[in-house]
Design a protein around this ligand. Structure first.
Ligand SMILES: [Zn+2]
Length: 320
């Protein structure tokens, strides 16, 4: 039987999405369930199994050669376990083993959501054709992943490239992770919004106090809203420049809701990058918006798992 498809799972704090994905990134079948994030471990797993059962009911299922999972982190790919911050009942939950059992022993590949987004952007998005790239999601949190030497660099546990929790302000505010002044502590959507509010910005008549509203205010010329995005942009620029200087990336791709602010974020980010990426080998670094959007998790999970398809010749790769 031809094993040309991958079953992809994208597991987050609000939804569990599944798809059957072909070798060109086509989504042949999709399904999703709300994540019962406040329920017990088995109830959450039940939602994953329901998504898998829907995929397995398809006449296409016999062509599936592997399962790829992109999960909210932290994940431990070496142990096959996940401990998503927003799913408290799952701590060191043996997701890989459970999915393998639910799918009759198919190969299962687990990556963190930042690494999944990176795989998606390298395969189908803005990092396509780049051998050395940093891809980031800037949203409620800040995550990321690396492509080095043309290959996805996952690290031993699947968390490499987690730029959200490198410190860009040594004496800065305490971060939820225990450190101080992390990129996420400054540049995530909630922190952009909180800083604008602290500094006196007030929402419009709709009462929207999210980063989306702050971005709209910045676009309309509000100086406090603009300053909050500029500070986020500086934090991102410092983190990107540090990464580029360490491992020589030539492109940084940014997705997630905060990237939707467009030039309100990208203009000061490109400006700040010139202040921090100063050495000759990083000066040509470019920053660009992500292209894979809401499908990034599924596409990336598929890309990560494709080389492991049962019956696949080792030289056949999905991601090249
Ligand atoms: Zn942190």
């Amino acid at each position: 039987m031809l094993s040309d498809l991958v079953a992809a799972l994208d597991i987050g704090g609000t939804k569990i999405a599944g798809a059957l994905v072909d070798g060109r990134g086509g989504m042949l079948l999709r399904t999703r369930r709300a994540t019962p994030a406040r329920e017990g471990a088995e109830t959450v797993m039940g939602a994953v199994e329901a998504v898998l059962a829907e995929l397995a009911a398809s006449p296409l299922w016999p062509r599936v050669g592997a399962v790829g999972i992109g999960s909210a982190g932290p994940v431990d790919a070496s142990a096959g376990t996940v401990s998503p911050v927003n799913v408290p009942a799952w701590r060191n939950f043996p997701l890989v083993e459970r999915v393998r059992r639910a799918t009759g022993g198919l190969p299962v590949v687990l990556v963190g959501d930042g690494v999944a987004m990176t795989a998606a952007e390298h395969w189908q998005g803005a990092a396509r054709g780049h051998d050395n790239a940093l891809c980031m999601v800037v949203s409620t949190g800040v995550g990321g992943g690396l492509v080095l030497g043309g290959r996805l660099h996952t690290g031993p546990t699947g968390n490499a490239g987690h730029i959200g929790h490198i410190s860009v302000d040594m004496d800065g505010d305490p971060c939820a992770c225990g450190a101080r002044g992390c990129v996420e502590r400054i540049a995530s959507g909630p922190h952009i919004a909180a800083r604008a509010l602290e500094n006196g910005w007030r929402p419009g008549p709709d009462g929207d106090t999210t980063a989306v509203a702050v971005a709209a205010a910045a676009r309309a010329g509000d100086p406090i809203a603009t300053a909050s995005f500029e500070r986020a942009a500086r934090a991102l620029a410092a983190g990107i420049a540090a990464t580029a200087t360490l491992v020589e990336i030539d492109i940084a791709v940014i997705g997630g809701g905060v990237a939707g602010a467009g030039d309100v974020l990208f203009a000061p980010l490109r400006r700040s990058l010139r202040d921090y990426a100063t050495l000759s080998f990083v000066r040509r670094l470019t920053v660009t918006p992500a292209l894979t959007g809401a499908d990034a998790g599924l596409l990336g999970a598929a890309a990560a798992a494709a080389p492991y398809r049962r019956g696949t010749a080792a030289e056949v790769t999905f991601t090249g």
